[in-house]
Design a protein around this ligand. Structure first.
Ligand code: GAP
Length: 443
């Protein structure tokens, strides 16, 4: 973990937030390379969910959330962790995360601490004027269920997917970006006909494993955890967690829950007409029936299968898998990030062999511009004049190829391509370069 943290800071993937004022615990900023990698990861998820499935729609809902949403969802009552104080050191911990240095006899009895952040909405500050920062993106998918159904005419099964910030006032944020107070989730709520839920749940578990594999997180680093009944969240009929071998231990990367009809049932009006199976509180505030009429004209509350992944945890897992130290001939080491090309923050670096040769520099800029227009992501023009140093830097940040423009390029319009993973160098004509790079990045 220390090596990853150091690489992230040194190369501009991740910084401590508000660093110049001593930071803010459990909050991080993504730097120039971090934002690219993060965007690429989110794009891979969005493409696989929304563009590859005609029955999944996207959504971008608000972060500020009406308290009623989180009252009926059960968060006000249950979204808490047990908190203990250590009378000796004066610090507070989540009950299961007390450090060894604190003695048992110094700890207070645990009490429940709600993890939701509140903020004030509007110019008057009183008990009624607050809103929550959403603790998960899911709830606004449920509250928009009817809007999406009415505007897209979807029939079951169909999904609504969303990527966005979530906030949790974690008692003990820890392990770099693994447990933080501000993070992003990639969540799909997949609405299905009751009775088909168990089979569809299993198929989503498999889909999500396949997807992580395509992002460079292999099965050998993953375990599935069947969450036992006593640990299930209040809404869950069954949950399977994808557990990943993070540098600090095996922990949850993504949860795939069968939320049954709990959420739509909880947020619905006229609940008595809906034959809701989950245990829901009476809803006196909703103005919408969150159900679908079947062919017989009966109202059915769909069941929900929810794959919910954390962007930061995905980022950390991908970085951890990609990070390698290779021993080279001559006893030297090279640090290389073997990222999948579609995730790499920089897709290619175009490097003039001679920093001050006008013709070479000019051609390098033309090549950079030609490749940038392909829309594959960031292509860098890098005029350091030191090819070896540039290669080392781009190995370390995971750039799949470096393209060197040299004197031969001026004569025959070809360039040298240096591959990150094999370090092999080959000659490609500038005419064929675009196809070469497209193939490489999309492979
Ligand atoms: N809507 C369901 C839900 O929010 P969750 O298991 O609480 O379920 C889903 O969260 C995912 O969000 C987790 O698998 C994890 O990847 C990520 N996550 C949750 N809390 C987090 C935190 N404090 N820091 C970073 N990621 C977090």
């Amino acid at each position: 973990m220390d090596e990853l943290v150091s690489l992230c800071k040194r190369r501009g993937f991740i910084y401590q937030s508000s660093d110049i004022y001593g930071g803010l615990q459990g909050v991080y900023d993504f730097g120039p390379l971090g934002v690219e990698l993060k965007n690429n990861l989110k794009k891979a998820w969005w493409d696989s969910m929304i563009y590859e499935n005609d029955n999944i729609e996207g959504l971008d809902s608000s972060i500020l959330t009406n308290p009623l949403v989180l009252r009926y969802s059960g968060h006000e009552e249950t979204f808490s962790d047990p908190l203990v104080d250590c009378k000796s050191c004066g610090l507070r911990f989540r009950e299961d995360q007390v450090p060894d240095k604190c003695k048992k006899e110094d700890l207070t009895e645990p009490r429940q601490f709600n993890l939701m952040f509140k903020t004030n909405v509007g110019p008057i500050e009183n008990d009624e004027s607050f809103a929550y920062l959403r603790p998960e993106t899911a709830q606004q998918i449920f509250t928009n269920f009817k809007n999406v159904v009415d505007s897209t005419s979807k029939t079951l099964p169909f999904g609504i997917a969303q990527i966005g910030k979530a906030f949790r006032n974690e008692i003990t944020p820890r392990n770099f970006i693994f447990r933080v107070r501000e993070f992003e989730q990639m969540e799909l709520e997949y609405f299905v006909v009751p009775g088909t839920d168990e089979e569809i749940h299993n198929s989503w578990v498999q889909d999500r494993l396949d997807w992580w594999n395509k992002q460079g997180v292999p099965m050998k680093s993953i375990e599935l955890y069947e969450v036992p009944d006593k640990e299930l969240a209040h809404y869950s009929k069954r949950t399977v967690d994808i557990m990943y071998r993070f540098p600090h231990g095996i922990e949850e990367l993504e949860g795939i829950a069968n939320r049954a009809d709990f959420d739509l049932g909880s947020h619905s009006k006229k609940q008595d007409d809906l034959n809701i199976k989950s245990k829901v509180s009476e809803n006196k505030d909703s103005n919408s029936k969150l159900a679908i009429q079947n062919d017989d004209g009966d109202w059915v509350v769909p069941y929900v299968i929810e794959p919910s992944a954390g962007v930061e945890r995905g980022f950390l897992a991908i970085l951890n898998e990609a990070y390698n130290i290779e021993e080279l001939d001559g006893g030297k080491n090279r640090v290389v990030l073997n990222l999948k090309p579609h995730l790499a923050p920089v897709k290619a670096a175009v490097i003039p062999l001679k920093k001050n040769n006008e013709d070479i520099v000019k051609l390098a800029k033309v090549v950079k511009s030609q490749l940038q227009k392909l829309g594959l992501g960031r292509i860098i023009f890098e005029n350091t004049g030191n090819i070896g140093k540039s290669y080392r830097k781009h190995d370390e940040i995971g750039t799949p190829v470096c393209i060197t423009i040299d004197f031969e390029s001026l004569d025959n319009e070809s360039v040298t391509i240096r591959d990150r993973d094999t370090m092999d160098q080959s000659r490609v004509s500038i005419n064929e370069l675009s196809d070469f790079i497209i193939k490489k990045i999309k492979s």
